[in-house]
Write a protein that binds this ligand. Sequence first.
Ligand SMILES: [Zn+2]
Ligand SMILES: [Zn+2]
Length: 269
Amino acid sequence: MIELTFWGVRGSNPVSGKDFEKLGGHTSCVSVSVNQDPIIIFDAGSGLFDLGKELYASSPSTVNLFISHLHLDHIMGLPFFPPLWDRKWIVNVYSQNHNLEDTLRNKLLCPPFFPIFVNDKNSNLIVHDIVPDTELHIGASKITTCLLNHPGGAIGYRLEAEGHSICYITDVEHDSNGLDEGIIHFIKECDLFIYDSSYTEEEYVSKHGWGHSTHIRGAELAKAADVKKLALFHQNPTHTDMISDRIEKEAQVLFPNTIAAYQGLKLRF
Ligand SMILES: [Zn+2]
Ligand SMILES: [Zn+2]
């Protein structure tokens, strides 16, 4: 059995307040549990804090954290992830960035951005540079990657296990000339397609080059790739629940099996 949980669905920065209660305020973090295998996590946004609290209440184990890229909204939860600071836990961090080890150890998990230095006495942090076009295996899961069009680059992930597939595609700017054939091929016929829905079509007009996409483009990709379900993700922090409702309905016109992902949503396959 696969259980997927959204711990944070916002892009850019966390939000709070009554206008954001339905979708929640944390930034990008999604966990996937396959049977009794070690947990797989996509991105370490502020949602990782809640996940960390829940995980840390269970027996120590191994965590596999796949980072799309190092923009703050995707890593801001890492310093506050309790398993990272307990050597009884093993925290594997994967990404495709040649300076990942140096960035985490010497730029993020250390002063002046954090009170203490991460080291081999206080943490079992293991950093893995993903080699392009290779596949990784975590228990029963196979994970493949694709490069996304985003300033500085970002990585999309496809997880396959137990005959099901989940694609995590966020922080990607679509091609104005048409649908991205590479993404269509990568997400082909997956069970769940999680997609960067940062902007409305009107907002995107003044946001070319910022590296994000729209729910309309997500629905078009979902249809073209014949996926089973679309989850609108990386929701704009300026989008109130009322705006998100409208966005969800607009996407559903093009692709009926669409849901605006919200914090706390669990999906089982
Ligand atoms: Zn982002
Ligand atoms: Zn980004």
